[in-house]
Design a protein around this ligand. Structure first.
Ligand code: LLP
Length: 427
């Protein structure tokens, strides 16, 4: 199953890799490289799979915008019925542009500013996933100022043990900065019940990303359910939502992340027992394998006993290998047949600028195209202008059609907000 999911939307046709009905070579010719390419069909399939798996209980998928915030991707997911999970005012702005409205939006994040709280209240969002007592008190004050009641779900750090490939992406273990620590959760939730301008509507957790087992979901949900019981006993009458976050892993290599049936079998009984509407916040699951980063080989060289393939994409385009030591499969778009072992590296002036080390790949030559797989989530979204490199273009493919959904940045874009002639503010 892993393999079919990994290759979703991308398959060889006439000797070269295509996305749905569009050869990647055509896109490279038209839009240039590096370019992120997303398969609309693969996104639809992933959405449908997850939505069906949760069908036995009342639920909604709130796509986690941070994974891939392109407005065309958001609009596609909205058309399928998704809501969104946002973590900033900027993501609220993007979601709104894509046609999502208040009731579609839950707002997570450990450091929401007063401005962001105001904007989200004005937008009439479904839920604030509140992560601290300080945030709760500020939200209550801001809501009072503008004479509204803020809908609150308490984000709890359930303090369970979580299994992910890198510790940076664990968020539900004791000591992580996210959520209200489980031992304090009841007291903070009771505060939410007493504050005049907040209404406690739910409980929330997000335990981590690229999670590889169902146990932390089970353990975390049990803790949330216990809390819900205590709260009801303490007089809470409005609980309606149980948000269990995102985190569902996808296949990058040969690993088998959580099986969807197993996930559903774990989550559904607890969701049903809670009597609450289940909310999930998948990011990577919906878009991760629906995208590739297409890059052209610039050079080959050898040195110090290593073989290098140098590409026109760098760590500024796709940070994951460098930042998390993450594995991405890399395929020649038009394989030559021979194989070689090489470091696949970018042009950025850092030795950490690599996509793969000592990787066996096709014996590519300068000018050949490489597809760096599974780059639909946390690819473009984490890209930067480091080394004054304009950010890549983004393309959406749907059947036989393709469209540029983000134009490649130009040099002028790099300095749009800068000045070489400072106007001193205090002179
Ligand atoms: N909900 C919340 C509150 C989150 O913080 C996240 C991700 C998600 C949902 C979605 O998680 P997903 O379903 O995509 O696993 N940059 C890292 C991943 C960081 C995830 C941060 N939070 C990476 O490239 O692996």
């Amino acid at each position: 199953m892993g393999e079919s999911v990994l290759t979703a939307g991308f398959a060889p046709a006439d000797g070269a890799l295509a996305c749905e009905g569009v050869p990647l070579e055509t896109i490279a010719r038209d839009v240039g490289t590096p370019v992120f390419i997303y398969s609309a069909g693969a996104i639809r399939d992933a959405y449908t799979r997850l939505d069906r798996a949760l069908a036995p209980v009342p639920h909604r998928l709130h796509y986690s915008v941070k994974a891939n915030a392109n407005v065309a991707v958001l609009a596609l997911l909205r058309s399928l019925g998704a809501g969104v999970d946002i973590v900033s005012g900027g993501e609220l702005y993007r979601a709104t542009l894509a046609g999502l409205t208040g009731a579609d939006i839950v707002f997570s994040g450990v450091g929401k500013t007063e401005r962001e709280l105001r904007e989200a209240l004005a937008a009439g969002i479904l839920l604030f996933n509140v992560e601290s007592e300080g945030e709760l008190r500020l939200l209550d004050r801001v809501a009072g100022d503008i004479r509204v009641t803020a809908p609150v779900a308490l984000r709890v750090n359930p303090e369970v043990s979580v299994d992910t490939p890198h510790h940076y992406t664990r968020t539900g273990e004791r000591g992580d900065k996210f959520g209200v620590p489980y031992p304090d959760a009841l007291a903070v939730a009771q505060l939410a019940l007493t504050l005049p301008h907040t209404r406690l509507l739910g409980l929330d957790m997000h335990i981590g990303s690229q999670v590889s087992s169902v146990e932390p979901y089970r353990d975390g949900m049990l803790r949330l359910l216990e809390l819900a019981d205590d709260l009801r006993a303490a007089g809470a009458q409005d609980l309606r939502y149980l948000d269990i976050g995102g985190g569902l892993g996808v296949t990058y290599d040969t690993e088998d992340p959580i099986d969807l049936d197993e996930y559903a079998a774990t989550v559904l009984p607890h969701a049903a027992a809670s009597g609450l509407k289940l909310l999930v916040e998948p990011g990577r699951y919906l878009v991760g394998n629906a995208g590739v980063l297409l890059t052209r080989v610039l050079y080959r060289k050898e040195g110090g006993g290593r073989e290098f393939v140098i590409t026109d994409a760098g760590m500024n385009d796709l940070l994951r290998p460098s930042h998390y030591n993450a594995y991405h499969r890399i395929d020649a778009v038009r394989p030559r047949g021979g194989r070689t072992q090489a470091d696949i590296v970018g042009p950025v002036c850092e030795s950490g600028d690599f996509f793969a080390l000592a990787r066996e790949i096709d014996d590519v030559r300068p000018g050949d195209l490489l597809a760096i797989r599974s780059a639909g989530a946390y690819g473009f979204a984490m890209s930067s202008n480091y080394n004054a490199r304009p950010r890549a273009a983004e393309v959406l493919v749907d059947g036989e059609r393709f469209a540029e959904i983000t134009a490649r940045e130009q040099y002028e874009d790099l300095v749009r907000h800068e000045t070489a002639h400072p106007t001193w503010r205090n002179a």
